[in-house]
Design a protein around this ligand. Structure first.
Ligand SMILES: [Fe+2]
Length: 397
């Protein structure tokens, strides 16, 4: 195990913990087959008042999060919703609340083994809470990485710091083995992908496929604890939706494991209520993220019996279109087709449909959105730095 790979952790004995907690520098790195920490501290589901931390451990452990801000305030979070200190045999999760909007924090995890009190403290990492009242926001999106680790490493290298990174589905191929979950979601390409931006994830059709897919909610935190959620970042209101599978729930390849018609209907009801929330209803810019597009160039129904699948989610659109039009959604950001595309708004579909690229390095893209008082500008950029799509929106009156 090389040093670089383990740069996210420090090791110390229980006796040395107090001293380490007073330090703000990264602890020295050592390698050991019994290392408690298996992944970097992953900062997910940022909010105006906090975030959720997720990391993987090698044996039954207890965890907490410590934070400090530029103004000298400090705190820690170490309680779950049932009054336990967060514990787990493989995954630890800590929800942090009580922070201030639009503020910089340093955060780290403290993990203690249940069997022998061995304690490991992660390196500090920086985090900025969302700011719903800011005049500007900057976000990035990845999609369809499908465990192409060379692509993930290249994306990680070029994707700049932002208010959030949204990984818009198909993180994996299929969850055929339990062992795929931790490295794919919490240490993809052996990168600390929340080093420069906190992470939102939406579920793609491959993220719900395979016998172990039902375990993904244990590793993926969202603001609501559900796979659909909404938030405001500066002038942009964001709604994230789960488009489910790309074939009917009854398709034999799913072996009776999925029930997305039910989830789409629930999201339809939630959407009708959610667009009434003032921070979404009155936002200058309105953006939707969902893995499978809601529009496509060729909308002929697929023949599922002959290997066909949905290039766009007709089921999702039927459930949500009316409400998205009522909300005045400006753009749907998706993946799924593995080739970038832009379908401009029309009279029938007042929202544009932007799609990122595919998993191979030559097809991969990252998408960047910048919004201020003048415009929302969204670009799709490939790994050579070429801008493939560049669209702008004026603020809604
Ligand atoms: Fe995909």
């Amino acid at each position: 195990m090389n040093m670089k790979r383990r740069a996210f952790i420090g090791t110390l004995s229980a006796a040395g913990l107090g001293q380490a907690l007073a330090q703000t520098t990264q602890s020295p790195v050592t390698s050991s087959p019994n290392h408690l920490l298996r992944t970097p501290l992953t900062i997910m589901a940022p909010r105006a008042d906090g975030f959720e931390a997720v990391w993987a451990v090698s044996r039954l452990s207890l965890g907490r999060i410590e934070w400090e801000s530029d103004d000298g305030t400090t705190g820690s979070a170490g309680a779950d919703t049932f009054g336990f200190v967060p514990q787990g045999e493989d995954i630890l999760r800590v929800r942090v609340a009580g922070l201030s909007p639009g503020k910089n924090y340093r955060v780290r995890s403290v993990t203690r083994a249940a069997d022998n009190d061995e304690t490991q403290v992660s390196a500090w990492k920086t985090f900025r809470t969302l700011d719903p009242t800011a005049h500007r926001t900057h976000f990035t999106m990845w999609n369809d990485t499908h465990i192409h680790n060379d692509t993930i490493r290249a994306l990680h290298q070029v994707t700049p710091a932002a208010d959030f990174l949204l990984w818009n589905g198909d993180t994996c191929n299929d969850w055929t083995r339990d062992e795929l979950l931790v490295p794919t979601l919490l240490h993809p390409g052996e990168c600390d992908i929340t080093e420069r931006a906190p992470l939102f994830i939406t579920w793609g059709n491959h993220d719900v496929r395979g016998a172990h897919a039902f375990k993904t909610p244990r590793l993926i935190a969202t603001p609501t604890g559900r796979p659909f959620y909404a938030f405001r970042s500066g002038p942009v209101a964001v709604i994230c939706l789960h488009t489910g599978e790309d074939k009917p729930d009854s398709h034999p390849s799913f072996r009776g494991r999925v029930a997305f018609d039910t989830l789409r209907a629930e999201q339809a009801q939630w959407l009708r209520e959610t667009i009434q929330r003032p921070e979404l209803r009155d936002a200058p810019y309105r953006v939707v993220f969902c893995h499978i597009p809601l529009r496509w160039r060729d909308e002929q129904p697929p023949n599922y019996d002959k290997g066909g699948f949905d290039h766009f989610s007709a089921r999702s659109r039927a459930a949500w279109h009316e409400t998205l039009v009522k909300w005045r959604a400006q753009i749907i950001l998706s993946g799924h087709t593995h080739r970038d595309a832009w379908l401009p708004p029309t009279s029938e579909f007042p929202y544009g449909q932007l799609i990122g690229g595919g998993p191979q390095k030559e097809r991969a893209t990252w998408t960047e959105g910048v919004a201020d008082t003048e415009q929302l500008r969204i670009k799709v950029i490939n790994l050579e730095g070429k801008v493939l799509r560049d669209v702008t929106f004026k603020p809604l009156a």
